[in-house]
Design a protein around this ligand. Structure first.
Ligand code: OAD
Length: 258
């Protein structure tokens, strides 16, 4: 049996799967990953853009970068990997999707396959690192969806909290910040209860997100990895598919031919 057939069989037989995705699942949509030759962190210094200190120092610069990333994502569409995961979730109410991605492509794929046009679908996505399309107040911590273009001319044009007038920031997890405790706990509970963990397009080097895969494996789940490159979780994987997510997932998660 090929690795693809094995992965397909394991996933078909699962009754409680957890899916962990990273930037690689969106790569074929045209969104740059973080590490690797074309990765964002090669051209930009995280400490100048993705830390609380960077925002305190130069909120305009940080907003300019996040506005660019929002625009990049808005110009892209879900790819066959997002769509395959979304279709699978539609037929599998028990599947838990945990993502490190701050783009909205999983959500848009879920909407597309379920025919729902409104803002949310009833399937929850655990977004461990937040969302490009939400903001949080630097003063009172009030959070809200935010899709409007941000005017990055100078600090006075940046968005402000409707409640307390302090600056709003992107609601994403920056270096040195903790993940939302409740979200992380729900992801790890899902991992402990899973019989299969499908890990797609992550370098698996950022903790605690990567521990979703290791916790699932330690608790007895089969681990399936889809990534053209080896990662720190490759040694733990029961099945490794060394291909692009958009090529592998439609076959692995799609309806059977027969
Ligand atoms: P990385 O950029 O670290 O890793 C992307 C992974 O995707 C690599 O292992 C690639 O080999 C793989 N990859 C590339 N193209 C692929 C494709 N077409 N199909 C499948 N896999 C592919 O991105 P993440 O692991 O998501 O955190 O990074 C984790 C976190 O680091 C991000 O959430 C972000 C970053 O700093 C925060 O912003 C908090």
């Amino acid at each position: 049996m090929t690795a693809t057939e094995t992965a397909r069989r394991v996933l078909e037989g699962s009754s409680r799967a957890v899916v962990l995705t990273g930037a690689g699942v969106s790569a074929e949509s045209g969104i740059p990953t973080f590490r690797g030759d074309d990765g964002l962190w090669r051209d930009y210094r995280p400490e100048e853009l993705a830390t609380p200190a960077a925002f305190a120092r130069d909120p305009r610069l940080v907003w300019e970068w996040y506005s660019w990333r929002r625009q990049t994502v808005s110009d892209c569409d879900p790819n066959p990997a997002h769509l395959a995961i979304a279709r699978w979730m539609l037929h599998r109410p028990e599947v838990l999707l945990v993502t490190q991605n701050v783009d909205d492509l999983h959500l848009r794929a879920l909407r597309a396959v379920s025919g729902e046009s409104d803002r949310e679908t009833d399937r929850e996505i655990l977004r461990l690192h937040g969302s490009l399309f939400r903001v949080r107040c630097t003063g009172c911590a009030h959070g809200a969806p935010h899709r409007e273009p941000v005017e990055v001319r100078d600090e006075s044009s940046l968005p402000r909290c409707p409640r307390c007038e302090e600056l709003l920031r992107p609601d994403v997890v920056w270096f040195g910040e903790s993940l939302d405790r409740d979200l992380l706990e729900r992801a790890l509970t899902g991992a402990r209860e899973a019989d299969v963990c499908l890990v797609v397009g992550t370098s698996a080097v950022v903790q605690p997100a990567a521990s979703v895969a290791t916790v699932a494996k330690q608790a007895g789940a089969s681990l399936i990895e889809v990534n053209p490159e080896e990662t720190p979780v490759s040694d733990l994987a029961d099945v490794s598919l060394r291909s692009a997510a958009g090529e592998a997932l439609p076959t692995v998660l799609g309806p059977s031919d027969g």
